[in-house]
Design a protein around this ligand. Structure first.
Ligand code: SF4
Length: 364
């Protein structure tokens, strides 16, 4: 039986946005004063409740959304509540997701609340592409946001970039990469734009002039090359970091370690069980309970998650048939087998879903 670290992660969902981006299917809604105030009260209630269920130290806290930077000064009572309900480690990583268009005064408030990592939804470095994506901020605001976060004292800054954007090509991608890398972030999360059902983009996906599958793949491979050549390690399918700046909170998900998620749509893996709050803001405010999502952490799940990481999975975790399969995939440049481990290559990461499924299928 593998041993899990005693410490856990804590995720807090802030389900409000000033405007819905047309590609987004995260659970978020418009902010109204009345609902917002009731939500903060409900969050404080749930933080206290979950803190009463464990003595385990919390070594990562992540405010995600939605748009946590809309909290303004309310981030202070929330982090105070987290500290009084849980034992927060002295060196805990405390991340706040921010919209680059938010009031830059927020960064100082977040620092005062103890946050030490900021994740900025920069996405692109050109106003036309940001507009085509339906983002409400400009490239200039994104640059100012990184500067303001740094001036407020943040020494661990992550920027998101989206690739395979409408009307994009390798040239525009390289411009976006240069724009972000010029700001010298410590971490970069990269997402291929996917058109999800129930989004505004879905209804007009044929008008968006998106790159085809090969074009999107070429952009992903270019992104990997460009970021790796600038010193960002490709440590997970969608994540790149300078040495030592990997997201400690997100690593918990891929390492199948335990965490508690609070807020509508937030998922948890705690005491061996997976569960989640429904996507229902009013229900959360009035006291919805969490719904079960099965046992977590079985061998298959652990392998599926760990294979996302470039650190790979020991060969001892695989059957002889799966290792034979892995050798074939390595021959096609999709996997690396070295140092007693199997890991996806950049090319393999692009096709991760099918490769991981093939390996798990053979791993009986
Ligand atoms: S700001 Fe983020 S969470 Fe809000 S709608 Fe846009 S992409 Fe979704």
């Amino acid at each position: 039986m593998r041993s899990l670290p005693d410490s856990i992660g804590l995720y807090i969902h802030i389900p409000f946005c000033e405007k819905k981006c047309p590609y987004c299917d995260f659970y978020s809604t418009f902010l109204t004063k009345e609902v917002y105030e009731a939500y903060i009260k409900a969050l404080l209630r749930e933080i206290k409740k979950w803190g009463g269920k464990t003595n385990r130290p919390v070594d990562t806290v992540y405010f995600g959304g939605g748009t946590p930077s809309l909290l303004g000064g309310d981030i202070l009572p929330l982090t105070d509540a987290v500290r009084s309900a849980f034992t927060v480690s002295g060196n805990a990583e405390i991340t706040v997701e921010c919209n680059p268009g938010c009031d830059t005064g927020f960064y100082a408030l977040a620092r005062k609340a103890g946050a030490n990592r900021v994740s900025l939804g920069v996405e692109a470095g050109d106003d036309l592409r940001l507009k085509a994506l339906g983002r409400s901020h400009t490239a200039e605001e994104a640059a100012a946001a990184v500067k303001a976060a740094r001036s407020a004292g943040f020494r661990n800054i992550s920027c998101d970039i989206m690739i395979a954007l409408p009307k994009s090509n390798i040239k525009t991608l390289k411009e976006d990469i240069s724009f972000i890398c010029d700001k010298n972030p410590d971490h970069i999360s990269a997402y291929i734009l996917k058109i999800e059902q129930n989004t505004a983009f879905f209804a007009r996906k044929n008008e968006l002039c998106l790159p085809d599958e090969d074009g999107a793949a070429e952009q992903y491979m270019t992104l990997c090359e460009e970021l790796e050549s600038r010193g960002y390690g490709h440590y997970e399918i969608s994540n790149f970091a300078k040495p030592g700046k990997e997201s400690r909170h997100n690593l918990k998900y891929w390492r199948c370690e335990e965490y508690i998620g609070i807020g509508p749509s937030a998922h948890s893996y705690f005491k061996g069980e997976r569960f989640y709050y429904p996507r229902d803001l009013k229900g959360f405010i009035t006291g919805n309970t969490v719904l079960p999502d099965g046992k977590g952490g079985d061998r298959e799940e652990r392998l599926m998650l760990a294979l996302r990481l470039s650190s790979g999975v020991p060969l001892s975790e695989f059957s002889a048939a799966a290792i034979e399969k892995a050798k074939k995939l390595a021959g096609a440049g999709l996997l690396n087998i070295s140092g007693g481990k199997i890991a996806l290559t950049d090319k393999g990461m692009l096709l991760s879903n099918s490769i991981i499924t093939e390996l798990i299928y053979e791993n009986v």
